[in-house]
Ligand binder design. Structure first.
Ligand code: FES
Length: 129
C-alpha cells in the first residue's frame, strides 16, 4: 500500500510538472501578415485584373489607377471568385460588378477596398489592415 501511494504521488507530480513546463513554454502565434509587396506597378498592365491569392485580393488597373479589392466576401467570409462580368460568391450567391460594386445579395455591401501604396522603388504594397 505504501509503495502504491509513493508511485501514485510520484506519477502525479511528474504529470503536474509537465503541465507547468508546457504552460511556461507557451508561445503566442505571430501576428498575421498585413503588408504585401506585390512587385513593380509596371507588372500590371492597364485594364488588367490580377488575382493575388496570397492575400486573397484582386488588383484592378483601371483608367483612374489601381484598385485592390479583398476577395473575402462581405457577407460571411467565403472567398469570392472572378467572373467575366465581375465577381461572384460560391457560398450564397452574392454578385459584384467589375469594380466590386454590389449587384445582389445576400451581401449588404460591396467588396472591401484595400489600401494600396506605391513605394519609392516602384513596388505596390497592399495592406489588409
Ligand atoms: Fe458570400 Fe454568403 S459568404 S454570399
Amino acid at each position: 500500500l505504501k509503495l502504491a501511494r509513493t508511485v501514485l504521488l510520484t506519477a502525479s507530480g511528474i504529470v503536474g510538472l509537465a503541465g507547468l513546463l508546457r504552460y511556461f513554454s507557451f508561445e503566442s502565434q505571430p501576428a498575421p501578415q498585413t503588408d504585401f509587396d506585390i512587385g513593380p506597378a509596371s507588372n500590371f498592365s492597364p485594364g488588367s485584373r490580377t488575382v493575388l491569392p496570397q492575400i486573397p485580393a484582386v488588383l484592378l488597373h483601371t483608367l483612374s489607377g489601381f484598385i485592390a479589392l479583398s476577395l473575402i466576401c462581405p457577407h460571411l467570409g467565403c472567398t469570392v471568385e472572378t467572373r467575366p462580368d465581375g465577381f461572384a460568391c460560391p457560398c450564397h450567391g452574392s454578385k459584384f460588378g467589375p469594380q466590386g460594386q454590389l449587384v445582389h445579395g445576400p451581401a449588404a455591401r460591396p467588396m472591401t477596398a484595400l489600401r494600396l501604396q506605391s513605394t519609392s522603388d516602384g513596388h505596390l504594397h497592399v495592406y489588409t489592415n
